[in-house]
Design a protein around this ligand. Structure first.
Ligand code: SMG
Ligand code: MG
Length: 369
């Protein structure tokens, strides 16, 4: 049993190495909330995957901050002695908001594991100590720039390239990459930018031998994705649409996708992410670990998740250098073979560097009983 004494929230900001453009906008800076949970025995860290604006999902930093400060943390403190398995119940009075809930769940779990000296990887049932890494390439101003970026990432060893696409910047761009690099594992991610009426775009992608097409249609839709999947040989993968293990089960039963992207923050934390993994694995559906441009804190957690046995495809678990000139933790470095080590220390196995954390902190607040 664990008793929470206090939770510190920090809003942190880190410049990105290059702007990251998706179908819904361009990020030039990573701004997110970190939670530090202090218990009687240890402290633990959680990173919120929400962004400045509610664009990838309905959640956003300022909303998540208020929800954590005014509802989730007070409920956790009031709950007294609990274990991480109790938190679903403790937070059940708040509907939705998986990203805010995940931040507190993950920080609490990290503290619980550190108190007993167990690694998150071990807790989750990791099947490996190194995971295969892919990289997500944003929409570029020109095709030449896209080819240059892809070439650079391949030279570093990345084992799968994912191209962001949007209407008008799709088939031609992807075909150019395929022509330049015929043998690579290549996928695309539309971030919900298309409608079923755009099926011709996806038909035109079919001959390019893509590993998958990620979230082509509306972020909340399962039925139209099932219709699109029926029309295509290429596997669809859902990201935004999968906000819980129950939705993963629905999507698989409906035939809305044949691959699932798991982002723990999108589904409410590491425990629900494990349930998504278990659901997909039982159905024979491959999963892989998505990314939300996490700092080293969130990256450490993602690596532990990605080590579970159902994660059979390379994840968006890229090295720190792909995102930040300087990370919040010691940098995560990918080996030239395109794999990264899973942290093995207690909990998530890493800590933010104190000076670096302070330098990146935009705001902080501690919630006590
Ligand atoms: O962390 O490498 C990463 C980013 C991977 O493409 C990525 N994430 O839809 O999968 C996705 C996007 C969402 C992030 S947009 C800020
Ligand atoms: Mg995606």
């Amino acid at each position: 049993m664990t008793h929470v004494r206090a939770v510190e929230l920090r809003l942190v900001g880190l410049p990105l190495v290059r702007p990251f453009r998706t179908s819904f906008g361009t990020s030039t800076e990573k701004v997110c909330i970190l939670a530090r949970v202090e218990t009687d025995d240890a402290e633990g860290w959680g990173e919120c995957v929400a962004d400045i604006e509610p664009d990838f999902s309905a959640e956003f930093n300022e909303g998540a901050w208020i929800l954590m400060r005014d509802l989730l943390v007070p409920a956790l403190v009031r709950a007294g002695d609990v274990t991480v398995e109790d938190l679903d119940r403790v937070f059940a009075f708040v509907r939705g908001n998986p990203m805010a809930k995940a931040t507190i769940v993950d920080a609490f779990l990290d503290a619980e594991l550190r108190a007993r000296g167990e690694s998150l990887a071990n807790y989750l049932g990791a099947a490996t100590t190194r995971v295969a890494c892919g990289v997500s390439v944003g929409i570029t101003p020109t095709t030449e720039e896209l080819l240059a970026q892809v070439e650079g990432y391949l030279a570093e060893g990345y084992r799968r390239i994912k191209l962001k696409i949007e209407p008008g910047l799709d088939v031609e761009r992807v075909a150019a990459v395929r022509e330049a690099f015929p043998g690579i594992l290549l996928s695309v991610d539309a971030n919900a930018a298309y409608a079923l009426e755009d099926a011709d775009v996806f038909r035109a992608l079919e001959p390019l031998g893509l590993l998958m097409i990620e979230q082509p249609l509306h972020h909340d839709d399962l039925v139209q994705h099932a219709a699109l999947q029926q029309m295509l040989t290429t596997d669809l993968c859902l990201d935004e649409s999968i906000r819980s293990a129950a939705l993963a089960r629905d999507a698989i039963e409906l035939g809305s996708c044949r691959i699932v992207n798991i982002k723990q923050g999108r589904v409410g934390g590491a425990l629900e992410a494990r349930r998504v993994h278990d659901t997909a694995r039982a159905a024979g559906v491959p999963v892989w670990c998505g990314g939300m441009l996490e700092t080293g804190v969130g990256r450490a957690l993602n690596l532990a998740l990605a080590a579970m046995p159902g994660f059979t495809l390379p994840g968006d678990t890229s090295g720190s250098a792909r995102y930040f000139p300087e990370d919040l933790t010691a940098p995560f470095v990918m080996a030239p073979d395109g794999t990264m080590a899973v942290p093995q220390g207690p909990g998530i196995g890493v800590d933010p560097l104190p000076e670096r954390l302070d330098a990146c902190t935009l705001r902080r607040e501690t919630i006590r009983p």
